[in-house]
Design a protein around this ligand. Structure first.
Ligand SMILES: NC(=O)CC[C@H](N)C(=O)O
Length: 409
């Protein structure tokens, strides 16, 4: 597979067919843009989907990963082999209900999905994927695929699932080769909220023992939804905020009319520069209004762009739940969740933007803070879900910033 000619990588029948002695029939294919074909076994939605393939190294939280709107337009390959073994439930969803088409388009899995074994499970991953329209493939050598992504970058691909195993391989190769690159794609419109909504949901206890708080006693936060994850809204609520989620195209005037104590810029899919065409003017206006602002991931990248910086496409990206990040403001190292394929080029930032966080894997920028306005943002995911909770303090940092500025304003 790592040779020059496109290869066909066969599924491992010993691990992935119920009858290992039988001649395996490939019931799903992952076809990369360079013509490489990975054969496997279909799971989930029967049909064809396409997108950019990225690998995620998290060992837990596949349901949260599969429903994270930041992955819209992408196919996720899991480096952890046993996906689906704890089934699925109705709580571990990261996209908002009102987002019509959110989360990954395809899932690539090493081992056959076993019968779910967990007290919280309400359905098998297969049926759950079907219900969400996600095309899946098992029996893939995900280590070889990950090595390929590490060496060559994230490829575009087509994923096809047909129980009869009838594939027009040449047509799938042509479709994969013709896919637009991720650069230049604004993927926010299908995943953003259609209308402004108050976040009223109570915080789910198993998520870490958080309680719920009566609405109306908190700091007023307007969250611009570029594809926001639920756990961000939960943690803002837990930190004492009354959150209103607004569509990505909401004007600065409409936001300021809501008299917010702070504005939150959410995570989301696609190329930040493409979304920035309409998001950046709004963010600039909000920063000039001196409203306290906190951004996560895409929100961080948009903040960088609003300051006149630029974003760059990464080679393999960062997608996992054990990335070390250093907080320069405290000197502490935190282990964080990451999910991004673009990064802010710190050299492009103006002097008023201090680099607060940096990845200890590759030195890439992971955070910034403004010296002249109450605003900061991080590239990683302090809300985790899945992942460690080391960075939860950032929600408190935002609340402190809002409290300080509430008194001043
Ligand atoms: N999680 C996110 O917000 C991802 C941001 C952006 N789409 C990227 O891939 O870098």
């Amino acid at each position: 597979m790592l040779q020059d000619e496109p290869a066909t990588l066969r599924a491992d029948p010993a691990r992935n067919t119920p009858e290992p002695w039988a001649e395996p029939l490939a019931t799903a294919l992952l076809v990369l843009a360079d013509g490489t074909v990975l054969e496997g076994f279909g799971i989930g939605h029967e049909g064809v989907a396409d997108g950019e393939v990225c690998f995620n190294t998290a060992m837990t939280g596949y349901q949260e990963i599969l429903t994270d709107p930041s992955y819209a337009g992408q196919i996720v390959t899991f480096t952890f082999p046993h996906i689906g073994n704890v089934g699925t439930n109705d709580e571990d969803l990261e996209s908002l209900d009102q987002a019509p088409a959110s989360g990954v388009r395809g899932a690539v899995i090493a081992s056959a999905v076993t019968k779910p074994s967990n007290w919280r499970s309400s359905s098998h991953l297969d049926g759950w994927l079907k219900a969400r329209g996600i095309v899946g493939i098992t029996g893939i050598d995900t280590r070889a695929l990950t090595a390929l992504i590490r060496d060559n970058g994230m490829p575009n691909a087509v994923i096809a699932n047909d129980p009869a195993g009838q594939f027009d391989r040449e047509a799938l190769k042509a479709r994969a080769a013709a896919l637009a690159p991720m650069e230049g794609l604004d993927l926010v419109p299908p995943v953003t909220s259609r209308e402004a909504t108050a976040w009223t949901q109570t915080v789910w206890a198993v998520k870490g023992g958080y309680g719920s708080r009566a609405p109306g006693e908190g700091l007023k936060v307007v969250a611009i939804d570029y594809g926001v994850k639920r756990n961000i809204l939960r943690l803002l609520a837990e930190a004492g905020c009354d959150v209103t989620v607004v569509p990505a195209t909401t004007s600065a005037e409409a936001i300021m009319a809501m008299k917010p104590d702070g504005v939150f810029l959410s995570n989301g899919p696609g190329d930040p520069a493409a979304t920035g065409e309409y998001a950046v003017p709004v963010i600039r206006q909000l920063l000039d209004e001196r409203v306290p602002t906190f951004g996560i991931c895409l929100g961080h990248q948009l903040m960088g762009l609003a300051l006149g910086g630029r974003t760059v496409k990464m080679g393999q990206g960062h997608h996992g739940a054990n990335h070390p990040v250093k907080d320069h403001t405290t000197g502490k190292v935190e282990i964080v969740s990451m999910n991004h394929g673009f990064a802010v080029d710190p050299k492009s930032l103006p002097e008023i933007a201090v680099e607060t966080h940096v990845s200890l894997f590759d030195g890439s920028n992971c955070g910034l803070s403004l010296t002249d306005r109450p605003a900061f943002s991080v590239q990683h995911h302090p809300e985790a879900s899945p992942g460690p909770r080391d960075s939860h303090y950032l929600f408190e940092r935002f609340v402190t910033l809002m409290r300080e500025n509430r008194q001043e304003r």
